[in-house]
Design a binder for this molecule. Structure first.
Ligand code: NDP
Length: 819
């Protein structure tokens, strides 16, 4: 097109970014090797795969394909580097992270072009969004490395971390994973996605430039079935961090179940973009462009479901179509392009396949008349109307530039449709009524909620999902906990090895509770003798029922289990709960979900009330513990008093475990709200029948969850004795439900249940594995002990923020200011 023609048509002229620098860099390095122990290392089998440019379909270069032997080598390098890196002072780690950020900025142009060539995304996005955010992540986490010692005292790095990232934001996902891992003192083996390895390899070169110690970061390129699989299953990896599809996330959960590997999963989404009739529709249109055509819609949190209030639907759709006619699709390196190429022909076909299904299912498709390049993997922006809420289009993640539209009439209906998905990653809410927007935000089940904006990201603001969008957060302080573990875990492994520490803690606790100190010799005695049995009750002549929906309920089976004391003396019977009882209990727990909306003050009052009522029956509860466990009376009394103190602690925490306000580079604020998870299933430990039960139930309900608890099967009476206490303490019906019975069977049912949002399990190693496996049904969060006991009497191990964090999830609500 001549300049005169451009002038006359007022059309955009070509504005290509030069690729010569990037191509020269590629040429100099090819074929690309693996980056292990700071060395470029040829793959053991000398195999390479081709990486191509999605905009042309032509090969760019060859990249090493790692297999198991290479992954072993990388993990060994990371393991070797761990002791010294984890002990490197925070300030020194901060200096490295700072240097990485500076070098990213120095190479920003090369990185932006490489990313565009390799992935097909527009240079406008890589230059203005991806790469600046990458640098920001390293700066931000340099700060956390500096502050770790004081701000995360009591925590240690997890160890060697395996990280697997997708192709949609290749370098950004690397930064989200590597920055917090290094800041917290871990070493890393990272596998980029097969389609997009190049910026990770340039990043490896930057590691050499900044002089990062060998083995701290290792990059193994390769295929999922070889490199990915070897990383997930490697026995010397302490944590896996994964971003990608929900199906692969599910298979990784299965593969790592019971291994003790920490796991964070950032998975798919089908995020709602909710438009109320008072919204500024021109802003909405630009918002939609950013929501679904940003990165060709290949964004896990893309606003792919447009929910419009019915009375403005037609007006908005017309405006949207007009805007779509003006979207420019083509060469990603052209600075004037809005939409680039889809990452691969396979992914393009998958989008086409889902679009065809949508048309067959009766939805109406519309695409603009603008020409779409025929060479390379391009897909035009696509709009669907007349979409049924249960149709494939409305339910399945398309991961392409395809928007589906649904309508609603009332705010309540909007929330219902928004939540009618198995995912829960993000949501946008558009309204000029801030009261309405902030009322809807907590009701939408999503980890990030953007008010009058969309697709905002920052290192300070945690990102991650609810439900089948995964668990764990990346960014913010909450993201750091994915890369640390409590320091006491390294010290105490199991009750027997920590008897002395247990004794000390008990003594301290007893002193704090004002009761007579428990002596070590008495403690040792309770493990071996039954001499104190008989101190308590005569055998129980009635069988406690289950506690469901605030009422005592007979078990469905009609059967009961005989409970014997420490010396084999029959103490009584409890109901044998089954699948149906669990179902009823979960239903009751759901019905009580209004508990989360009760004010924190009121929840605290109820916890104090429970403590008060328990205090009135202290000696009776202590004697019951003696009967069930054969421990000394003083020891049992200490357990009751510690339980009481624990209830006080969580009553105190209800209005103090608060969220925060983040300050990203934005005119506005981000409210990080800690929300209840929902229904938590919990299998209580045997070690301390009352304290174990209270230590789990109290934080969960303090944070607004409702619970279904399985008491210790060996000593269930301490929990069943609480029925009357709950009944007389104003605990609303359904907030606490108790099903006695066989722990492993009932735990599995709870872990499989689709309406249970999280499962806590404190039992055996095998039981922990079974719970992790069963949790994949709806990808619920799990918290298990892998058969290791903790000292429930100890305040650090038995109560506090670890429990509160497990009882909450963080939602970040972005609220920009200004007209
Ligand atoms: P995957 O989830 O398959 O891939 C993501 C990463 O995981 C890649 O590095 C991949 O390696 C690796 N991987 C795949 N399977 C395994 C495994 N069994 N063990 C270990 N690592 C594995 O995503 P796809 O690229 O196949 O995309 C498919 C769909 O996933 C998309 O259409 C989209 O719906 C969704 N998706 C969601 C993303 C998100 O951010 N939520 C990101 C990407 C995709 P390799 O590249 O070698 O296959």
């Amino acid at each position: 097109m001549s300049i005169m023609e451009i002038f006359e048509t007022m059309d955009y002229g070509p504005a290509p970014e030069a690729s010569s620098l990037a191509l020269a860099w590629i040429k100099e390095h090819q074929p690309f090797q693996l980056f292990i122990n700071n060395q470029w290392t040829a793959p053991a089998k000398e195999t390479y795969f081709e990486s191509s440019n999605p905009a042309t379909g032509k090969g760019i270069t060859k990249v090493a394909a790692a297999d198991k032997a290479d992954v072993d080598k990388a993990v060994a390098a990371a393991r070797k580097a761990f002791p010294s890196w984890s002990k490197t002072p925070g300030h020194v780690r901060a200096r490295y992270l700072y240097a990485i950020a500076r070098h990213i900025q120095k190479h920003a142009r090369l990185l932006a072009v490489l990313e565009s060539l390799d992935n097909g995304k527009t240079i406008r996005e890589t230059r203005d969004i991806d790469i600046p955010l990458v640098a920001r992540h390293f700066y931000y986490h340099a700060g956390w490395a500096q502050l770790m010692e004081t701000e995360l005292s009591g925590y240690q790095p997890v160890g060697v971390v395996g990280q697997i990232i997708p192709w949609n934001f290749p370098l950004l996902m690397l930064a989200w994973k590597i920055a917090p891992a290094l800041a917290m003192g871990n070493t890393v083996v990272l596998k980029p996605a097969r389609y997009t390895s190049l910026t990770a390899l340039k990043f490896a070169e930057i590691m050499q430039e900044v002089g990062l110690p060998a083995g701290v970061v290792n990059i193994v390129t390769g295929e999922a079935s070889k490199a990915g699989d070897a990383l997930v299953n490697h026995p010397d990896i302490d944590k896996i961090a994964f971003t990608g599809s929900t199906d692969v996330g599910r298979s990784i959960r299965k593969a790592t179940a019971g291994s003790g590997k920490k796991l964070s999963l950032e998975l798919g989404g089908k995020s709602p973009f909710i438009v109320f009739d008072d919204a500024d529709l021109d802003s909405v249109v630009e918002g939609v462009v950013d929501a679904i055509w940003f990165n060709q819609g290949q964004v896990c949190c893309a606003g792919s479901r447009l929910l419009v209030q019915e009375n403005i639907a037609e007006r908005l759709i017309n405006k949207l179509r007009a805007r779509m006619e003006n979207l420019r699709i083509g060469d990603p390196l052209d600075k004037a392009m809005d939409i680039g190429a889809i990452v691969s022909p396979g992914q393009r076909e998958e989008i086409q396949h889902l679009v065809d299904i949508g048309v067959k299912e009766g939805a109406q498709m519309w695409q603009p008349s603008t020409a779409c390049p025929t060479e390379g993997s391009f897909f035009p922006p696509t709009l669907f109307t007349n979409v049924a809420p249960a149709s494939t289009l409305a339910q399945v993640e398309i991961f392409g530039p395809v928007l589906v539209t649904l309508t609603f009439r009332t705010p309540a209906e909007a929330v219902e449709i928004a939540n009618n998905t198995r995912y829960g990653l993000a949501a946008s809410i558009w309204s000029d009524n801030i009261n309405l927007a902030l009322d809807i935000a907590p009701k939408v089940k999503a980890g990030s909620v953007w008010v009058n904006c969309t697709n905002q990201f920052d290192a300070a603001c945690g990102f991650g999902g609810y439900r089948e969008s995964g668990y764990g957060r990346e960014g913010g302080k909450e993201g750091l906990y994915e890369y640390v573990k409590p320091a006491w875990l390294n010290v105490h492994h199991g009750r027997s090895s920590s008897a002395k520490a247990v004794a000390q803690a008990e003594e301290q606790q007893a002193t704090a509770n004002g009761s007579a100190a428990v002596h070590t010799d008495e403690l040792e005695e309770f493990n071996t003798t039954d001499s104190h049995v008989g101190y308590g009750f005569p055998p129980i002549d009635r069988t406690p029922k289950l506690f469901i929906g605030g009422k005592q309920a007979r078990p469905d089976s009609g059967y009961s289990l005989t409970i014997t004391g420490a010396a084999g003396r029959v103490l009584g019977e409890v109901g044998e709960g089954n699948r149906k009882d669990i179902r009823n209990a979960v239903e009751a727990a759901h019905k009580a979900s209004g508990w989360s909306a009760t004010s924190a003050h009121n929840r605290a009052q109820i916890l104090y009330y429970i403590a008060e009522n328990l205090g009135a029956r202290e000696s009776e509860f202590a004697r019951r513990i003696v009967d069930q466990t054969g421990r000394t009376y003083a020891d049992a009394l200490n357990e009751v008093q510690t339980s009481l103190s624990r209830l006080f602690s969580y009553a105190a925490w209800t209005d103090k475990f608060e969220g925060s306000v983040h300050l990203p580079p934005l005119r506005g604020a981000v409210l990080a709200m800690k929300e209840a998870i929902g229904v938590i299933g919990m299998a209580c430990p045997d070690d301390y029948p009352l304290l174990g039960f209270i230590s789990l139930v109290a934080p969960a309900i303090a944070m607004g969850n409702t619970v279904v608890a399985i008491p210790s099967p060996r000593a269930p009476f301490s929990a069943t004795d609480c029925y009357q206490i709950f009944e007389t303490s104003d605990v609303p019906a359904g907030v606490i439900n108790i099903v006695t019975g066989e722990r492993e069977t009932l735990s599995k049912v709870l872990a499989e249940h689709h309406d249970v949002n999280s499962m806590w399990y404190f039992g055996t190693a095998e039981g922990s594995k079974a719970v992790e496996l069963a949790s994949t049904s709806n990808m619920k969060r799990t918290w298990v002990n892998y058969g290791r006991s903790r000292n429930w009497l100890d305040r650090i191990q038995g109560e506090g923020e670890e429990f509160l964090r497990e009882a909450t999830q963080v939602k970040n609500i972005w609220v920009p200011y200004g007209e």
